[in-house]
Design a protein around this ligand. Structure first.
Ligand SMILES: CC(C)(COP(=O)(O)OP(=O)(O)OC[C@H]1O[C@@H](n2cnc3c(N)ncnc32)[C@H](O)[C@@H]1OP(=O)(O)O)[C@@H](O)C(=O)NCCC(=O)NCCS
Length: 215
């Protein structure tokens, strides 16, 4: 089933928190998700897909007969529609850093395990970086990543071209160090359409090469 990337809304935050709990040890209260979406409503994105089978109406909630609804499956945004990834982004609103140019921050990013290595995180990140620059005027964006997180490091450093600014010792609760990373945002380079068919273009190049070999 195709995966859709769209802006995150307040209705998505329970599923975003659920994905975060599944994928990362750094977790946040619902009100922190709400703070992001209400303050910077165009900065965060979700990746969703639809079940192949008929949607089951009880995936979302169950009415208990007294007007109370119980949410059943936090993977589902709506019957048949589930969240497979998200990026939670914000502008830096630290009052101690008001002398800096406007800048964004990636608070959290994750993709559900069975949907990884399909380019979803890259797409989510490119949408968020573009929105932070275009909508909120961010001149650069920052994030933290565990030193041991090879997948995320590859995504940030190689695919998205973030630079490592510093190592923050014992940044994480379990004592692991973090790389503090930064990317300068240039609007003309960021437009997601520049990257829409990147994987496809690479694949076509490969096919062309193998055609030449056969000849
Ligand atoms: C990190 C994570 C978000 C990547 O998601 P993803 O959708 O699989 O990533 P993509 O498919 O968009 O891959 C983007 C790039 O990262 C690379 N990458 C992804 N997973 C990788 C892995 N396990 N090892 C090495 N490189 C990896 C891809 O090869 C790709 O690079 P390329 O385009 O040059 O080939 C995902 O593994 C995840 O959710 N991990 C747990 C949560 C997490 O660590 N979040 C980041 C916290 S800072």
């Amino acid at each position: 089933m195709p995966v859709t990337i769209r802006r995150a809304t307040i209705d998505d935050i329970i599923c975003m928190q659920n994905a975060n709990l599944h994928n990362l040890p750094e977790n946040y209260m619902l009100k922190y998700y709400m703070y992001h979406i209400l303050s910077w409503p165009e900065g965060s994105f979700v990746a969703t897909t639809r079940d192949v089978d008929e949607p089951q109406m009880d995936q979302l909630s169950l009415e208990d007969g007294k007007g109370q609804e119980t949410k059943l499956d936090p993977n589902y945004l709506a019957p048949g529609e589930k969240l497979v990834g998200y990026v939670l982004a914000k502008m830096n609103d630290d009052p101690d850093q008001q002398d800096q140019a406007p800048n964004g921050h990636i608070t959290s990013l994750s993709v559900m395990r069975t949907y990884r290595r399909m380019g979803i995180a890259e797409k989510l990140m490119r949408q968020a970086l573009f929105a932070l620059r275009e909508v909120y005027g961010a001149q650069f964006v920052s994030l933290h990543v565990r030193q041991s997180n090879r997948a995320a490091l590859h995504l940030y450093a190689d695919t998205l071209e973030f630079e490592v600014l510093s190592v923050e010792k014992s940044y994480y609760q379990d004592g692991e160090d973090a790389y503090a990373m930064k990317k300068v945002l240039k609007l003309d380079e960021l437009h997601p359409k520049n990257f829409a068919n990147r994987k496809m273009a690479e694949k076509l190049e490969d096919d062309f090469e193998s055609d030449l070999l056969v000849v």
